[in-house]
Write a protein that binds this ligand. Structure first.
Ligand code: GLY
Length: 424
């Protein structure tokens, strides 16, 4: 099979790593890819918005499957354009991607289909006065979210009326999230622990990959600003068999069915961000794609033919036996640039990428090649993943941090406590 993978981050590097292992793969092209993916496929340079050139490329190279990694091209409708031209795609169309692109839509879907989540109200920017009035009547903490895409940064936890006033001002007046903040939602705060589950679906049927837990804050012990994710481990032991059964029955199945009923059939990876509360699992957010960095911990502990799984979902006949959990575990620690998630410098040479052991995979994210060297080129630079054959997160953590000792660049920063909540 000839495959085109869209994206360039750590998630896409993990997707490429897994697709490359498939016996059914002939050629893997990556648009645009990153230096770490060069030994897994052929990186190609094309404008992601130039859909006609991408369609022509697919015909020229006899592409049988396009896998779209990031949310933006999905939200822009890339999957629809490709499908309209007869090309198989793993990834939802624009209307289905609304489940991530419009939080107010995701909430209304959950209300309509009785999917457990926190209570909420929504306000348009023209209703700023009403929003400011509403927050005076609420219990704290509460959560204010920009309605649209915000790279994981559009969620503001407010501990007081004054925090909430500032959040509304940031979104509606300062427009820190641009047009994504033309609407906001105000939600009840949920107590509990978070976990992520990826459901791979052909629009009707689904399977869940091993669970994971992300670490969203920049500092140890979950302190400081929200980021795109500073590390993840898999599986997440808080997702017991019993909890998974509830998630499948009460959350994933009705969501996939509801999307289909509403003319928004979802084909791809439905990311379920969950809060495990005392009342059971509830949805924090849905995303329309694989999570990052969770993918870098989840995919290495899958056995079987991952490409077959993606292809069968795209073709509407999900092969539920294509992959299985290896019984192992994985810890991914993100190495970032000093200053992230605020301003940071880039262009620093990365040393030690090839000095890691066999059970370590260094997924590249914010990197590029300059003068034949790999240099930093983003806030989240690498995802260093250690894999164990058996479920042993303590060992996986030790190995990941030992590998990080061999990797250097100016301004390297990483959390020291990834997976501790599952170990201690
Ligand atoms: N790890 C969170 C996300 O992918 O949105």
């Amino acid at each position: 099979m000839n495959v085109l993978l869209v994206g360039s981050g750590g998630r896409e590097h993990a997707l490429a790593y897994k697709i490359h292992q498939s016996k059914s793969l002939d050629a893997l092209y990556i648009l645009p890819g990153n230096p770490g993916m060069k030994n897994l496929g052929i990186n190609i340079d094309m404008n992601l918005k130039d859909i006609n050139s991408i369609i022509k490329f697919c015909f020229d190279k006899k592409i049988e499957l396009v896998v779209i990694g990031p949310e933006q091209p999905l939200v822009d409708g890339m999957a629809d354009f490709l499908r309209e031209n007869g090309i198989n795609v793993f990834g939802p169309g624009k209307k289905a991607a609304d489940i991530e692109a419009k939080k107010s839509f995701a909430k209304s879907l959950m209300v309509k289909y009785h999917i457990p989540t926190s209570g909420y109200v929504e306000f348009k920017s023209s209703e700023q006065k009403e929003a400011l009035q509403y927050i005076k009547t609420q219990k704290y903490p509460l959560v204010i979210k920009a309605d649209g895409l915000a790279a994981g940064k559009g969620v503001l936890i407010c501990n007081s009326v004054s925090d909430a006033e500032n959040a509304i001002k940031e979104i509606f007046v300062d427009k820190v999230f641009g047009a994504s903040g033309d609407k906001l939602i105000i939600e009840e705060f949920m107590e509990g622990e978070e976990a992520s589950i990826f459901a791979i679906t052909d629009g009707k049927d689904f399977i869940c990959l091993p669970s994971a837990q992300d670490h969203k804050r920049i500092g140890d012990n979950d302190t400081g600003k929200n980021t795109g994710g500073m590390g993840a481990y898999s599986p997440a032991s808080l997702i017991t068999k019993e909890i998974l059964a509830v998630v499948e029955e009460k959350i994933i199945a009705p969501t996939i069915k509801g999307m289909e009923n509403d003319g928004r059939k979802f084909i791809g990876c439905l990311y379920c961000g969950l809060m495990i509360t005392s009342e059971g699992p509830k949805v924090v957010e849905f995303n329309c794609r694989f999570g990052d960095p969770e993918t870098q911990a989840v995919l290495p502990i899958l056995e079987g033919d991952f490409l077959q799984l993606l292809y069968s979902a795209s073709a509407g006949a999900l092969d539920k036996n294509a992959v299985k959990y290896s019984n192992g575990s994985a810890v991914c620690v993100v190495a970032a640039s000093k200053g992230y998630p605020d301003a940071f410098n880039k262009g620093f040479e990365i040393y030690g990428l090839n000095e890691v052991e066999n059970d370590i995979v260094v997924f590249q994210a914010g990197t590029k090649e300059a003068d034949g060297k790999v240099v930093t080129n983003g806030g989240r630079v690498l995802g260093v993943t250690a894999i164990t054959k058996e479920m042993d997160l303590k060992l996986a953590k030790q190995k990941a941090y030992a590998a990080l000792e061999k990797i250097h660049y100016n301004g390297i920063y990483f959390r020291k406590d990834i997976a501790d909540r599952a170990i201690l």
